[in-house]
Design a protein around this ligand. Structure first.
Ligand code: GDP
Ligand code: IMO
Ligand code: MG
Length: 424
């Protein structure tokens, strides 16, 4: 019997999941995405090229590896079309190594309009959505009125499309939305034709059959635990289960098949969009993190909010996901800092707490400890023991606090700039 390892983000997304999945792919037979959609932007760098993936799993550039878009995703055919063009893999090769679930849900152009209309109506409670239509598409899924990839093959696709579109236009009437769909619809239908060239199947059978044959699968999360629909900082979250449990429903696998759960976190924190962020820095240190880490959104280009590592949030994420190995990324971004701070607890209403309150939108004051920086360029180091002792102390402190080993440290954006310590 094979095994499924899960790799997911423990913070607010953009932890470097794409880079690490790509680096780990040689160890696996199949890479699958299990939730989210084109709100994700996963960056891969190798051989002086940079690629950003939104819907396609990050194992796609490795030879002889299968990649699966699972049932838990929402797919926008027009974004998929652009993505396929941007990755420059010949279509015949891509069709061979990318399989799509017939049960994944489809984002329509009107879902994007709804996303914008709902967001506009939120006033000062804006989520800061990527406006890719994710929320409205998942809403249609849970209200049992969505369109699925398998439906694209119907000979009545135009009729089905128009029925969904009309339903959305009826809602949009209330929002004074600017509706001009001509270009978007053309791209969407072009994307639909492209999707139909791929193997669109019940991937749950395919995955379980491969597991029975002893294949190794890596499930790639999108977003991060603090954006999870149930356990994130609601309502400032995305619309799917980003946590390890989401891999079961998003792929059709049993929890019994899960092996390692790799939790990725940045050596500090970032968040893009609205919502609480206890350790956020509104000063020159925050700006330095943004500059050094090039913290601008992969999907929207928006500047990311930056702050120190938040241990109460990290421990919460480890607990919810059952993390077995921690991977720390972007350690090199802290190279030039004299002092590094870590939030170890919060002060809420004059009480010190180590647990996340129900309402994270209340005033949370982070309590920090300070550690020495390492003041050294670590980008060329590949051996954990050669890392500066101040960085090893930082890692040791995180391991002690979480009780979980830090098995991988990323020291640069390239797939080779990775230090593997443990069983990863
Ligand atoms: P994802 O959404 O979790 O896949 O992460 P993103 O790709 O949105 O954002 C991570 C960014 O950090 C990308 O620009 C990566 O190329 C970059 N990155 C990943 N790991 C490292 C690292 O260890 N050091 C540095 N400096 N950049 C990294
Ligand atoms: P990856 O996979 C960072 C954020 C948005 C917004 C909230 C809801 O690259 O880590 P949505 O578009 O889902 O309605 O947005 O979630 N968000 C992300 N932030 N990385 C992501 O994905 C994100 N996907 C959504 O900024 O605050
Ligand atoms: Mg990203």
């Amino acid at each position: 019997m094979g095994e499924i390892d899960i790799l997911l983000g423990l913070q607010w997304g953009d932890e470097g999941k794409g880079k690490i999945v790509d680096a780990l792919t040689p160890e696996y037979d199949i890479i699958t995405r299990f939730q989210g959609g084109p709100n994700a932007g996963h960056t891969l760098e190798f051989e002086n090229e940079k690629y950003i993936l939104h819907t396609i799993p990050s194992g796609i550039f490795r030879k002889d590896k299968l990649n699966i878009i699972g049932n838990g995703l929402v797919i926008d055919p027009s974004i998929f079309l652009k993505e396929v063009k941007s990755i420059k893999i010949p279509l015949a090769e891509l069709v061979d190594k990318l399989i799509i679930s017939s049960k994944a849900h489809i984002i329509l152009p009107t879902h994007r309009l709804l996303d914008a209309a709902y967001e506009n109506a939120k006033g000062d409670m804006k989520i800061g959505s990527t406006l890719k239509g994710i929320g409205p598409a998942y809403t249609d899924k849970t209200s049992r009125s969505g369109m699925r990839t398998g439906d694209l093959f119907s000979k009545n696709i135009n009729e089905i499309y128009n029925k969904h579109k009309q339903k959305h236009l009826d809602i949009l009437e209330r929002y004074n939305a600017d509706i001009n769909l001509e270009k978007a619809e053309k791209e969407w239908f072009e994307g639909v034709e492209l999707i139909k060239k791929f193997r669109v199947i019940n991937t749950e059978y395919f995955i379980n059959r491969n597991l029975a044959e002893g294949k190794k699968i890596l499930a790639e999360g999108a977003q991060g635990t603090m954006l999870d629909i149930d356990f994130g900082s609601y309502p400032f979250v995305t619309s799917s289960n980003t946590i390890s449990a989401g891999a079961c429903s998003g792929m059709g696998i049993s929890p019994k098949t899960i092996g390692n759960i790799f939790g990725i976190f940045k050596a500090y924190c970032t968040r893009v969009g609205g919502g609480p962020f206890p350790t956020e820095l509104h000063n020159d240190i925050g700006q330095k993190l943004r500059d050094n880490g090039q913290e601008y959104g992969s999907t929207t280009g928006r500047p990311r909010r930056c702050g120190w590592l938040d241990l109460p949030a990290l421990k919460y994420s480890c607990m919810i996901n059952g993390v077995t190995s921690l991977f720390m990324t972007k350690a090199d971004v802290l190279n030039s800092f004299d002092k590094i701070r870590v939030c170890t607890s919060y002060r809420v209403n004059n009480t010190f707490v180590e647990e996340l309150p129900f309402d994270t939108n209340v005033d949370i004051e982070p309590v920090f400890i300070e550690m020495n920086g390492w003041k050294k360029d670590i980008t060329d180091i590949r051996d954990y023991d050669k890392l500066p002792s101040a960085l090893r102390d930082y890692v040791g402190f995180i391991e002690k606090e979480t009780g979980i080993p830090v098995d991988m440290i990323s020291v640069g954006p390239d797939r080779s700039e990775t230090i593997i310590r443990g069983k990863a």
